[in-house]
Write a protein that binds this ligand. Structure first.
Ligand code: 0WD
Ligand code: CA
Length: 373
């Protein structure tokens, strides 16, 4: 394992660090992952209003061959970048309680956050930061994006913007509002509209509730995740280097879908100019076997074992009695090839997280109050 430089503890109120796992050795402690069970789903409409319905759910239809992924680019209704707040997920948890089940959870987060955590052992480029709160035995994790980073994400280069759009256009070519619609353009892209599924699962001894966006379903949806489908685009593979790059991407594809129990990923391979070349379907659970033994292979067990260690470590630090007042916010910082650091935010940093909104830390006040009784 690589060594982590110690934080200067005289400058931070409470801090600690965790070393990075080795990817060249098998995990020390295997961590079982329980099959995710859906609890509820919800939709956001074009005005970003949330409702507990399948209004934004779409059905899979095969895309036309040679489809143009630049189609409708000028008409893209683009949701502005926002902070990774948990608000929608918390409304879903509140709704689940109202309906009479109160799942025992130790972690609440978006699926995208969990994907970042689990794939960290193989991440050598992009770091990330999380805000963490612990309330009554439950940890809430949100991604922390500072103002500079948010601005940077919002001002994509025209090239990057176009490539991002290709992914959404592929979704439109592959989906329809009913399963019987013939293949074709599924309607102009509006990234405000999303269908999200909330599942419960368990990693090692840690029970969690995670929410994430689901692109579409095959045929009929019956409340289970076995009909769900994830859509992706990637550059057509023309040589060994492309192949290696794609196999690396498969790690993220795999965990993203695995975490929600989405069993199938449909990948549209495209030209650099956004023409769809081929479409290939992957069974999520078979993906690790496709890369096993290859150069630059990854092992999902290393990720799960690391995820278990990471979450247990955060929990044991932030839940120590007397370590922090109620409503405290912690910051976790992951630096590729180095490790993770955890520190309690100072009062002025905490106020920055609240962003002048009606919040306790990053949690909406209504939710914070609801869980007090
Ligand atoms: O705006 C943000 N910075 C974030 C938004 C950060 C984290 C989450 N969210 C929102 C998501 O938009 C969604 O409503 O939280 C919800 C759940 O997200 P998730 O499923 O946990 O997110 P993730 O697994 O990272 O991404 C799933 C999909 C993406 O599909 P691809 O195939 O590219 O992985 O959510 C979409 C995107 O289609 N998505 C976004 N769309 C617009 N702006 C964004 C974004 N920033 N992030 C993810
Ligand atoms: Ca997708």
């Amino acid at each position: 394992a690589r060594k982590v430089p110690r934080l200067d503890s005289s400058r931070v109120h409470a801090s600690c660090s965790l070393s990075y796992p080795s990817t060249s050795q098998p995990p020390t402690r295997p961590a079982p992952f329980q099959r995710p069970r859906p609890l509820i789903s919800f939709s956001y409409d074009t005005n970003r209003q949330l409702e507990f319905s399948e209004a934004a759910m779409r059905y899979y239809v095969s895309p036309p061959s040679g489809a143009d992924l630049g189609h409708g680019y000028e008409r893209w209704i683009r949701r502005p970048e926002e902070r990774g707040r948990l608000d929608g997920l918390l409304r879903a948890i509140s709704e689940i309680r109202k309906r009479g089940t109160d799942p025992v959870v130790s972690i609440v987060s978006w699926r995208g956050v969990m994907t970042k955590i689990l794939t960290a052992p193989y991440e050598d480029r992009d770091g990330w930061e999380l805000n963490v709160m612990a309330i009554r035995g439950t940890l809430y994790l949100e991604e922390f994006i500072d103002d500079a980073r948010l601005k940077e994400k919002d001002n994509m280069t025209p090239r990057h913007r176009m490539q991002t759009y290709y992914g959404y256009a592929f979704e439109s070519w592959c989906t329809a509002s009913s399963p019987d619609v013939p293949s074709g353009w599924g309607g102009d892209v509006d990234t405000n509209v999303q269908w999200c599924s909330v599942v419960k699962t368990k990693l090692g001894d840690t029970r969690m509730v995670i929410g994430g966006e689901v692109d579409c379903v095959r045929d009929r949806y019956n409340g289970h995740n076995d009909a769900m489908l994830e859509l992706k685009t990637s550059m057509a593979i023309r040589g060994h280097r492309d192949e290696m790059r794609f196999e690396k991407k498969l790690l993220k594809f795999y965990f993203q879908s695995f975490l929600l129990g989405v069993p199938e990923i449909v990948v549209g391979f495209r030209t650099p100019n956004g023409q769809l070349v081929t479409v290939q379907s992957y069974k999520t659970l078979e993906i690790p076997r496709l890369v096993r033994g290859k150069q630059d292979a990854w092992d999902p067990q290393i990720c799960l074992s690391w995820g278990d260690r990471f979450l247990t470590w955060i929990k044991s630090n932030v839940e120590q009695p007397g370590n922090a007042a109620p409503g405290s916010v912690w910051r976790v910082k992951f630096t590729p090839c180095v490790g993770v650091e955890l520190a309690l935010l100072r009062e002025e940093e905490r106020r920055e997280v609240e962003a002048g909104e009606d919040r306790v830390g990053f949690l909406p006040r209504w939710y914070y109050e609801e869980i007090q009784d």
